[in-house]
Structure formats: structure tokens, C-alpha cells
Design a protein around this ligand. Structure first.
Ligand SMILES: CC(C)(COP(=O)(O)OP(=O)(O)OC[C@H]1O[C@@H](n2cnc3c(N)ncnc32)[C@H](O)[C@@H]1OP(=O)(O)O)[C@@H](O)C(=O)NCCC(=O)NCCS
Length: 177
């Protein structure tokens, strides 16, 4: 099965641009707040570390059954980057399953950006061959739960590493693009 690739996605206020290595310098200035890592762990990347990470992501997954899709979120009116969304798409016995995640820089939070980006992302995945979209969310991360709910995911009751699995499945028969 051929891999999926990240393509540009436009929403009302946002352009989701497929992540490029040269986004690293601008992105290093966005999620530089340690508070961002309360639920996702780690510490903010230096510009150099971010560039190395983006280089690894751009090479793609070494596993041919897995696609790494990454986007930066550009707020069109302000012409600036505000965060990222990602989808890790795996080939399973039930078809393609995408695990998604989102990060919005602290100064841009509370403006509906993650919600709009997640809806755009899930809508695009649904139009591709993806059968299920999942997200793992810490039970106390209410903002992220609200984003998942707005994107049509619901909690499954299944846990993974202390995080609750949310899921949305698409029942239609997948068709090639
Ligand atoms: C989770 C995150 C992406 C939300 O980004 P955002 O752009 O502020 O989200 P939105 O503005 O779209 O708001 C989403 C919802 O969260 C709510 N919300 C925002 N901040 C909140 C907070 N501190 N506590 C509770 N709810 C909050 C909003 O009211 C909204 O809910 P509503 O639709 O019911 O009104 C952002 O907080 C973040 O990047 N956190 C760190 C990274 C992370 O944990 N990512 C999740 C990995 S899956």
C-alpha cells in the first residue's frame, strides 16, 4: 500500500502547511513556553534541535507500513506560525488508522486555533483512505479533550500510558484518491 503524504490544508483562518526543515527557525520561536510540555512531556527544543527533528521527520518513517504526516499551522491574517498538527498513519487489519496530535503556542491559545486545525485535519484524513482517527489524551487535559470532541472523536474507555484513547471511525468503504 502506498504511503500517505501531507498536503496543504486550508480552513477558514488557517493554512496547514506540510512541515519543511526550513520551518524550524520560525517554529522554534512559537512553542518556547515550558508550560506547553505539561501534558506532552519533554522540554522546548532549541532551534538546532528542532531543525534536527524536522530533518528526521522529513525523511519519513523507516517502517513502510507507517506514514508520518506533519503540518505547521499558519494563521493567515497574521502571516505567522502558531503551532503544529500531526498524523501518524498505520496500515492495520482494519485499514488505515491515524493517530493525531496538536500543539498551539501559548500566546495563541484560546482562540479556537487547535479546534479549527484538528477539524481540518480530520476532514482531510476522512477524504483519504483513513478508516479511524485516534488521539491519546491525559484525563486532566481539558483543552485537548475539547479539541478532540470538536473534531468528532469520542472517548473509548481504553487507556495507554495513563492517557485515554479517543477515536472517530469512518464507516464508508474507502476509495482511492
Ligand atoms: C491543547 C491545545 C492544543 C489547545 O489549543 P488552543 O488553540 O488553545 O485550543 P482552542 O482554542 O481550539 O480551544 C479548545 C477548547 O479548549 C478549551 N480550553 C482552552 N484552554 C483551556 C484550559 N486552559 N482549560 C480548559 N479548557 C480550555 C477552549 O475553551 C475550547 O473549548 P470549547 O470549544 O468547549 O470552548 C494547547 O493547549 C496546547 O498546545 N497544549 C500543549 C500541547 C498538548 O498538550 N497537545 C496535546 C497533544 S494531543
Amino acid at each position: 500500500m502506498s504511503r500517505l503524504s501531507a498536503e496543504a490544508i486550508g480552513t477558514g483562518r488557517l493554512d496547514l502547511e506540510p512541515l519543511r526543515v526550513d520551518h524550524a527557525d520560525e517554529m522554534a520561536r512559537v512553542p518556547a513556553d515550558p508550560a506547553l510540555h505539561t501534558f506532552i512531556g519533554g522540554v522546548p527544543d532549541t532551534p538546532q534541535a528542532l531543525r534536527s527533528r524536522y530533518e528526521r521527520l522529513a525523511k519519513g518513517s523507516p517502517d513502510p507500513a507507517v506514514s508520518w504526516l506533519n503540518w505547521v499551522i499558519r494563521l493567515r491574517a497574521q502571516e505567522c506560525l502558531t503551532g503544529t498538527v500531526q498524523a501518524t498513519v498505520r496500515t492495520t487489519g482494519q485499514g488505515l488508522v491515524a493517530e493525531i496530535a496538536w500543539v498551539v503556542g501559548s500566546v495563541w491559545q484560546g482562540r479556537g486555533i487547535a479546534t479549527e486545525a484538528a477539524r481540518g485535519l480530520v476532514g482531510r484524513l476522512a477524504r483519504q483512505r483513513v478508516r479511524s482517527v485516534i488521539a491519546h489524551i491525559h484525563p486532566e487535559h481539558h483543552a485537548s479533550a475539547a479539541v478532540a470532541l470538536a473534531a468528532g472523536l469520542t472517548p473509548t474507555g481504553r487507556w495507554h500510558d495513563g492517557e485515554l484513547r479517543w477515536q472517530r471511525s469512518f464507516s464508508r468503504v474507502p476509495t482511492p484518491d
